[in-house]
Design a protein around this ligand. Structure first.
Ligand code: CA
Length: 237
């Protein structure tokens, strides 16, 4: 199946990270161009509009946030999807990034598969039909059109609520959600459901997706909620 390749512009001054992203994004079928600083990025954006911008926050000369601001000011770039790369722990930066118009952010260090999943999710929201209707993460593949889920090559049987719950996580891998946020996102605000209902469906989802000897990809975050996460827990301390 031949297909127009989606074009991702990566703006990052760390050369090794650019190469890692280029390798992984090209492997996933994207066309990649890269700029090492903000000025180069703005020059490239004048030449043509990519399908998505991956923008590092910390750049020499012109910061990522300033680029994002300029992108949103230009009518022809206003709808360009932007994912910002931010440093861990800079919560205020992330809020500012979303305020100046970034569509999502990914916290460094991140796995290439997490970024790819975020890119697909943002593209799907920005241009329905442009990205394929597959969500993939941590060995799990969701075919949204066919309503089928696979993990490591075997089909999984999910109830409708577990399917919606998994989809919600797969569109935002690595992100921690409280029970309230999951209720809002998966069940909707208008319906009254007890918080512990979330736990029941998380349990069913785990049972459905975690096979013998497979990592539990649903992470319980004490006093916070749940996340879809295929990374091992960081060492304590
Ligand atoms: Ca940087």
């Amino acid at each position: 199946m031949s297909q127009h390749k989606l074009h991702v512009l990566v703006v990052e001054d760390e050369v090794s990270l650019v190469e890692l992203l280029r390798y992984n994004l090209e492997k996933e079928g994207f066309r990649v161009t890269a700029a090492n600083d903000g000025e180069e990025a703005l020059a490239l954006l004048k030449e043509g509009k990519p399908d998505l911008l991956v923008l590092d926050w910390m750049l020499p000369h012109v910061s990522g946030i300033e680029i994002c601001r300029q992108v949103r000011r230009r009518p022809e770039l206003r709808d360009l999807p932007v994912i910002m790369l931010t440093a861990r722990g800079e919560e205020a930066d992330r809020v500012r990034g979303l305020e100046v118009g970034a569509d999502d952010y990914v916290i460094k260090p991140f796995s290439p598969s997490e970024l790819v999943a975020r890119i697909r999710a943002v593209l799907r929201r920005a241009r329905p039909g442009a990205a394929d209707e597959m969500l993939t993460y941590g060995g799990i593949a969701m075919d949204l059109a066919a309503h089928r889920v696979m993990r490591n090559g075997r089909f999984l049987h999910l109830g409708p609520t577990e399917f919606r719950l998994l989809r919600f996580f797969m569109e935002r891998p690595g992100r921690v959600f409280s029970r309230e946020q999951l209720l809002d996102g998966v069940w909707g605000r208008d319906i009254y459901v007890e918080l512990r209902t979330v736990d029941v469906h998380i349990r069913r989802l785990r049972k459905a997706i975690n096979g013998e000897g497979e990592r539990d990809v649903i992470r319980t975050v004490r006093a916070a909620g749940y996340a879809l996460d295929d990374q091992p827990d960081p060492a304590p301390g």
